[in-house]
Every structure is written in structure tokens, then in C-alpha cells.
Unconditional design. Structure first.
Ligand code: TYM
Length: 323
């Protein structure tokens, strides 16, 4: 089984990124035959239009993944743009991609609806993502729920290429975790950088506590009981507390007579405990950026070795080499 996934360096990673996707990266690196994980800086370029910031987010993204447990001995960690084969493959795929398929993509439609001016890069974003996935013959793509549509688009694109030019690409499957496919943000909507409702993984405990205290809650009277599932505080608590703590918390909700202030305090404490070790580990990597760059260079080399084989296969299939 070959696993692949990417994450955009558009700012600090948040709980949604971790519990939806990164946690799966770490679990799968132990069981996959090959695992490829990359920082999608070419995708981020559609929104981060500041050179220095993009560079900073890109290196920080790699540092974050290492601190969170990605092991370069088990998985190939690299930067998307270090594998130019993927951009070449993207063009081959672009030529067979119907406009309508991309017009239906929620991420594009959402940005348009928010009044963002669309450029060709934003529109073609899912085609580059398809190239990312297909370039490594990936079978499994661990992601949060919001990316499943892009994986369906990838399958459509691969399917029609295979149909037209003969079997070339492996059909990938998305993989989401039931319990954290869609982590809620501090306003109860999906946690997302673009909604400004995130809890960052690597914020210091004090800042995180403040953010947790500001989480919006309903105005349920103190003495009233509440079903815990679906409550933002409880849903977030479930991610960072131990099983026993979660069971006790569920009982508190069902018994009634509690205030959200105390739940927030419990959430802040569980969060502080949960992240303490990785926050320390992050500082160690951040102090050695050269080591991280070496890991990325070695990763890019391995990734290119694989992607160039697949690119050649695709070029051969559609007749742009061997004339
Ligand atoms: P990105 O950078 O927006 O998010 C990275 C990963 O985090 C997941 N995620 C969430 N999961 C659960 N709950 C949430 N609230 C939440 N927010 C984010 C995302 O689903 C994703 O798995 N287009 C991709 C990057 C990409 C990619 C790829 C992914 C580029 N090429 C190839 C897979 C394969 C993106 O924007 O993810």
C-alpha cells in the first residue's frame, strides 16, 4: 500500500489539520509500504502572495510535521515544488479535464462566493492536486472530509486518462477518520484558516487558553442537562482528553448544573497537557533548520525518483515522448 498526502503552508497548522489529517500521516507511516507527505507550497501560492511569508510557512510546516511525529526514516517528507515532474504531469492532466468538473468544486465556489477574485491557478487547483496524487501511484490519501471532493475529481481525471490512453494511473482512495473528519472551530463551523476560527497546534498555552475561553457557547441555563455530542466544547475536549476524562465529562453534561466556564477550563488544561511534548520537540527542530533542510532535500530526491517514472509512463501513454 502506498500512502500520500499534502498540506498547504498557509499559516500555523491547527487542530483540524492535526486530528483530521496529520494524525493519520503518523499512523500510516508505520503500516504503509511507502508513505509520501509534502508541504503544498504551489497550492499555497494561490493565496499567500508574500515571498518571505511563503518561505517561512513552508519551512515551518516541515518543522511542525517532524515535531508532530513524522519520521523521515519511515516516510518521505518533501516540498511540493522540489518535484517539478508534478507540474509537468499537471499539464498533461489539464488537457483532458472538463471545465464543468472544476466549476463544481466547493473550494473554488466558496472562494468565489466570498468575493475573492478567481485566477486560473485557483480554478485549476484540483488538477495540480490530482497530479500530486497520481505522480506517486498512491492508493490511499489520508485527509479531512473537506478534501474528499478533490480526491473524487482526481479519480475522474485518472479514469478518463486511463480510458483514453490505456491503463496509466493507479486509482487512489481518500481516507478519513470517523471521529475527526470535520473538526469544529471556535465558532462551531468547520475549523479553517480562512474562517479565522482556529486553535493552533503550536500556540503557547497562555494564548491557547485565551482562545478557548472565547469559544462561542449557547445560552443554556446552568441547571439544564445537555446531550454532549455536537457541543463544540465537548467535541474539542474529546480530541485532547483521556478516555476516562471524556466519560466523566459526558456524565457532567447529562447531569446538568454546570457552567461552560468550567468546561472551558478543563478543555484548556487537557489541551496544555496534550500538546506539551510536541511543543517542546518543535523547539528542538526549529533550532536546527539546516537539519530540516537536509531531510527535505533527501525527501525530494526520493520523491523525484518515483514521480519521474510515473511522468514518463504518462508522457509515453499520450505521445509527448518517443516521437
Ligand atoms: P489543507 O492544507 O487545507 O489541509 C490539510 C489537511 O487538513 C485537513 N483539515 C481538516 N480535517 C478535519 N477537520 C478540519 N476542520 C480540517 N481542516 C483541514 C484537510 O482535509 C487536509 O487533509 N488541497 C489540500 C492540500 C493538498 C493535498 C494534495 C491533499 C494538495 N495536494 C494531495 C491530499 C493530496 C488542502 O488544501 O489541504
Amino acid at each position: 500500500m502506498r500512502v500520500l498526502s499534502g498540506i498547504q503552508p498557509t499559516g500555523p497548522f491547527h487542530w483540524g489539520n492535526y486530528f483530521g489529517a496529520i494524525q493519520q500521516y503518523i499512523e500510516l507511516q508505520d503500516v504503509a509500504d511507502e508513505a509520501y507527505y509534502f508541504i503544498a507550497n504551489l497550492h499555497a501560492l494561490t493565496t499567500v502572495r508574500d515571498k518571505d511569508l511563503l518561505k517561512q510557512y513552508t519551512l515551518n510546516g516541515a518543522i511542525d510535521l517532524l515535531a508532530l511525529g513524522l519520521n523521515p526514516e519511515k516516510a518521505v517528507l518533501f516540498i511540493q515544488s522540489d518535484v517539478p515532474e508534478v507540474s509537468e504531469l499537471c499539464w498533461l492532466l489539464m488537457t483532458g479535464t472538463p471545465m464543468g468538473l472544476l466549476e463544481r468544486c466547493v473550494s473554488y465556489k466558496d472562494k468565489l462566493a466570498k468575493g475573492l477574485k478567481a485566477d486560473a491557478g485557483l480554478f485549476a487547483y484540483p488538477v495540480l492536486q490530482a497530479a500530486d496524487i497520481l505522480a506517486y501511484d498512491a492508493d490511499i490519501v489520508p485527509v479531512g472530509e473537506d478534501q474528499l471532493q478533490h480526491i473524487e475529481v482526481c479519480r475522474d481525471i485518472a479514469g478518463s486518462f486511463n480510458h483514453h490512453f490505456g491503463e496509466t494511473f493507479v486509482m487512489p482512495k481518500g481516507k478519513v477518520l470517523d471521529q475527526s473528519a470535520r473538526v469544529p472551530g471556535t465558532d462551531g463551523e468547520k475549523m479553517s484558516k480562512s474562517y479565522g476560527n482556529t486553535l493552533a497546534v503550536f500556540d503557547d498555552a497562555k494564548k491557547q487558553r485565551k482562545q478557548i475561553m472565547r469559544i462561542q457557547t449557547d445560552s443554556r441555563p446552568m441547571d439544564e442537562a445537555k446531550e454532549p455530542d455536537g457541543d463544540v466544547l465537548y467535541d474539542l475536549y474529546k480530541l485532547v482528553a483521556t478516555e476516562d476524562e471524556v466519560a466523566a465529562m459526558a456524565a457532567t453534561y447529562r447531569a446538568g448544573g454546570f457552567g461552560y466556564g468550567e468546561i472551558k477550563k478543563a478543555l484548556a488544561e487537557a489541551s496544555e497537557r496534550y500538546w506539551a511534548e510536541v511543543r517542546e520537540r518543535r523547539e528542538e527542530y526549529a533550532a536546527k533548520p539546516e537539519v530540516v533542510r537536509e531531510i527535505l532535500a533527501a525527501g525530494a530526491e526520493k520523491a523525484r525518483a518515483k514521480a519521474s517514472v510515473v511522468l514518463k509512463r504518462a508522457q509515453d501513454a499520450c505521445g509527448v515522448i518517443g516521437y
